[in-house]
Design a protein around this ligand. Structure first.
Ligand code: SF4
Ligand code: SF4
Length: 149
């Protein structure tokens, strides 16, 4: 099962349509709405966790793109500050996707952004706050994501 968190931005003319339900009906992609809001200019913004087969999620995202919905992976907003990280390994036990893993025999903690779902668990568990979210990319909505998890 592939899981990713996305920020979706809906143009104002389709903001009231049940588009997200089509992800289940047409593409067999489960979703969990973490946050939804209408911005002052009436653009809709939604933070959504998608679960399903990787190919189906890709098809679902293409469907959304065809409706002019912009989708941005939250995972691209997570990075590690290697200056702060002291390789304690605490994050490797909690990371659900294997994006943070222990390389043996070096015992080095590796971060693979390609596998990161953007769940935020490592942000809360790291004792020195080495795992960070780029707030400039996902705005203040990110705080909501990490409160939920
Ligand atoms: S946010 Fe952290 S814990 Fe979650 S998948 Fe990415 S690296 Fe792993
Ligand atoms: S929990 Fe933080 S300090 Fe420890 S290995 Fe992970 S990122 Fe590095």
């Amino acid at each position: 099962m592939y899981t990713r968190i996305y920020i979706l931005r809906f143009p104002k003319d389709i903001v009231d349509q049940p588009i997200i339900c089509q992800l289940v009906k047409q593409f067999d992609v489960e979703f969990n709405i973490l946050k939804a809001t209408i911005l002052p200019q009436h653009e809709g913004v939604m933070i959504l966790e998608l679960r399903g087969h990787k190919d189906n999620i890709k098809k679902g995202l293409n469907y959304l793109k065809g409706l002019d919905v912009k989708a941005e992976s939250v995972a691209t907003s997570i990075h590690r500050d290697d200056e702060k990280c002291f390789q304690c390994g605490a994050c490797t036990g909690i990371c659900p996707t294997g994006a943070l893993w222990l390389k043996r025999p070096e015992m080095a903690v590796i971060f693979d952004p390609e596998k990161c779902s953007g769940c935020g668990l490592c942000v809360t568990v790291c004792p020195v706050k080495a795992m960070e979210v780029s707030l400039d990319k996902i705005s203040n909505l990110s705080e909501t994501v990490f409160e939920i998890h």
